[in-house]
Design a protein around this ligand. Structure first.
Ligand code: HEM
Length: 488
């Protein structure tokens, strides 16, 4: 009897091993792979992008094979491989798992986590209609500058400011302005609540770990340990906020006069309902608006905070930015987007901040949509792809001294700004960031206006801020304070 039990146990172990370790023939090499868990125990707990570009690249090359439980995944680093997967059509899908469905009514909705014809239609529609309401245009019809002035007024009354999250309200207000025509006072409770919700969401969905995404049953069995209850709570709160705006819009909707993105979407929804093409739905609108908030708030804030962090660490760079602003713009008016082409050093500084600490070091995971090949390896359909933008920004062969903060690398011998194609903070190809133009304008106008008005320095007793970011879905600077002195 004992023999049979042992034999059965051995068979089960072998079966589980084979079931969970079926990497296809000619799959790229990578860290070791355990039964059931795959490579998860061998993944670094933080800063995966650095390990991918460092020891993994040395050991396995630019394309690394991984197993997240039974799910196949690739890590891609280095400019050649990264640009290739960002541009090849069959790498432009998005993963579809319990986590992505949790945040979209258990369906595939919105832009960030969809693919195929639905995604294409939503992305095109969003780009077209967001533009109608000022998205990406200079200062978006005054939206951005209104936020700049509000923040400047608040800062004038302070000697020191905590930088963590300083620009979140402004960034969300700009997005909300285009989306729903509404902006809120900086101390508005509804907006504050949305900011906190999104913040918790970004932090907790990362902290919930990967195992529960691979074995969704764990979320049902251990909602507290996996954090899934809290995540759903924060998502629901954010959805309720958006739902309230949609309800208000529906009550006064005028088909002939759309005022903002929500109006335009509701009108499209009505058209679809009347001709039997119900691809535009209210749930889809909620998830799309949520996508804009999640993708745009944290990223814009973190980039701006990094800009000021480097100004404090490099006062001579801050002086040079202010000298350029004084000579090109002066002190009698605020900088405008039209000034950008004449502010060569400012452009170099912003590019260098975005190069050295890209706030999205790995793109949102992509998915392979059909069996294919990459660098001689066989890549099956549905493999998840982690694309390492950070590795391109830190390529020693291209930049020479990637770890050094040196804005001059973007200036030619006449000190004119020179764009570098190796800066891919917003991704590249069809999946490229939808908010790039808006984010660039927001960052430029806030950075230049604040440096025109204030000198930023380290408070006397504070230690210098760390450039190492906090880990998370996006990279945020660690909290630090600045001392502010008015210049004008
Ligand atoms: C500094 C600011 C920002 C940075 C660095 C950034 C960067 C990125 C990156 C790297 C991606 C992923 C590309 C990929 O998966 O291949 C992305 C996607 C996206 N971003 Fe941004 N982003 C920023 C601001 C914004 C803003 C302000 C919005 C909108 C309000 C926005 C909306 C989106 C959307 C909707 C996607 C998904 C596109 C798709 O899946 O087709 N982003 N962004």
């Amino acid at each position: 009897m004992m023999d049979i039990i042992i034999a059965l146990a051995v068979i089960i172990v072998i079966f589980v091993y084979l079931w969970t370790n079926t990497t296809p023939k000619n799959f790229p090499p990578g860290p070791p792979c355990l039964p059931v868990l795959g490579s998860i125990p061998f993944l670094p707990r933080k800063y995966l992008h650095c390990v991918m570009a460092g020891s993994w690249m040395d050991k396995y090359g630019p394309v690394v094979g991984l197993m997240f439980g039974t799910k196949k995944a690739l890590g891609v680093s280095g400019a050649k491989a990264v640009l290739e997967v960002l541009r090849r059509d069959e790498f432009q899908g998005r993963v579809d798992n319990s986590r992505t469905r949790d945040i979209s009514f258990n369906k595939r909705l919105g832009i960030i986590f969809t693919d195929g014809p639905y995604w294409l239609q939503m992305k095109r529609f969003s780009l077209r209609h967001l533009k109608d309401f000022g998205f990406g245009k200079a200062d978006m019809g005054g939206l951005i500058m209104q936020e700049v002035e509000d923040l400047v007024i608040e800062m004038r009354s302070k000697d020191t400011v905590q930088m963590y999250g300083l620009f979140k309200i402004s960034a969300l207000n700009v997005i909300s302005g285009v989306m729903s025509g509404m902006r809120y006072a900086r101390d508005d409770e509804e907006l504050q609540a949305l900011v906190n919700n999104l913040d918790e969401l970004v932090r907790r969905s990362f902290r919930s770990g990967k195992i529960s995404n691979i074995f969704p049953i764990l979320k049902r069995l251990f909602p507290r340990i996996t954090g899934s209850n809290e995540i759903m709570y924060y998502i629901k709160n954010a959805y309720n906020f958006i739902q309230r705006k949609i309800t208000e819009h529906k009550q006064v909707l005028n088909e002939n006069n759309p005022r903002d993105f929500i109006d335009a979407y509701l009108i499209e929804m009505q058209k679809g309902n009347s001709n039997g093409n119900a691809i535009f739905t209210e749930e889809g609108l909620i998830v799309t608006c949520h996508d804009f908030f999640v993708a745009g708030g944290d990223t814009t804030n973190n980039t701006l905070v990094f800009c000021l962090l480097y100004m404090i660490l490099h006062p001579q760079v801050q002086n040079a930015v202010q000298e350029e602003l004084d000579s090109v713009v002066g002190q009698d008016r605020r900088p405008s987007v039209e000034d950008r082409q004449r502010l060569h050093y400012v452009n170099a500084v912003i590019s260098e901040v975005m190069r050295i600490n890209p706030v999205v070091p790995l793109t949102v995971p992509h998915r392979v949509t059909k069996d294919t090949n990459l660098h001689g390896y066989t890549i099956p359909k549905d493999t998840m792809v982690l694309i390492n933008l950070w590795s391109v920004h830190h390529d020693r062969g291209h930049w020479g001294d990637p770890e050094v903060f040196r804005p001059e690398r973007f200036l030619d011998e006449n000190r004119n700004f020179v764009k570098d194609e190796w800066i891919i903070s917003f991704g590249a190809g069809k999946r490229m960031c939808l908010g790039e133009a808006m984010a660039r304008n927001t960052i430029f106008l806030f950075f230049t206006s604040l440096l025109q008005e204030f000198l930023f320095s380290l408070p006397e007793d504070d230690p210098p801020p760390q450039t190492l970011p906090l880990p998370g879905m996006t990279m945020a600077p660690q909290p630090f304070r600045v001392k502010i002195t008015r210049r004008i």
